[in-house]
Design a protein around this ligand. Structure first.
Ligand SMILES: CC(C)(COP(=O)(O)OP(=O)(O)OC[C@H]1O[C@@H](n2cnc3c(N)ncnc32)[C@H](O)[C@@H]1OP(=O)(O)O)[C@@H](O)C(=O)NCCC(=O)NCCS
Length: 132
């Protein structure tokens, strides 16, 4: 998987239990997946159509780094699905531990907001991951 973004869990990001607040993590994941979608498809005109289940497997405490990784999981005519993993990283050991993983699907839209095909070179690059 490709590293997309890195964040540091700061005091302002914590919820009432002293763990990283879920909504902050969701925003980080959505931002990372969006930036991967627009850079992979070479257009800013990509919208989120679906976010799969999000399971928060491990808590994240202040001071940990969060690295968000992504990879193309599937490509269709106008849609592209990414696998996204958020991993917490100990700054002392660089050890990574997956805390959230999910799949997020984007659709390329035209100037009217309607689905439009992803450019052929992008589809060819990921031909092995074509949507059935
Ligand atoms: C995304 C959007 C343009 C799709 O329009 P639509 O009329 O539902 O699209 P279609 O039924 O023609 O399907 C277009 C593609 O989206 C995919 N799609 C539509 N709904 C989907 C869903 N629930 N899950 C996964 N893929 C979906 C279709 O499979 C199709 O993919 P393909 O072209 O690769 O085969 C429209 O639903 C929309 O504008 N949604 C709001 C997006 C938004 O504002 N997101 C939040 C901010 S970025």
């Amino acid at each position: 998987m490709q590293l997309v973004t890195t964040h540091i869990c700061m005091a302002k990001d914590l919820g009432v239990h002293g763990n990283l607040f879920g909504g902050i993590m969701m925003a980080w994941i959505d931002e990372a997946a969006s930036s991967m979608a627009v850079s992979t498809c070479h257009t800013p005109n990509m919208v989120t159509v679906k976010v799969d289940e999000l399971v928060f497997k491990k808590k994240v405490k202040e001071g940990f780094l969060i690295r968000i990784y992504g990879e193309v999981a599937e490509i269709g005519n106008s849609s592209i699905k990414f696998k996204i993993e958020a991993r917490k990283v100990s700054v002392y050991t660089d050890e990574e531990d997956v805390v959230v993983s999910t799949f997020i699907t984007f659709v390329r839209i035209d100037e009217s907001g309607l689905p439009t095909p992803i450019p052929s070179p992008v589809k060819e690059r990921f031909a092995g991951l074509s949507k059935k």
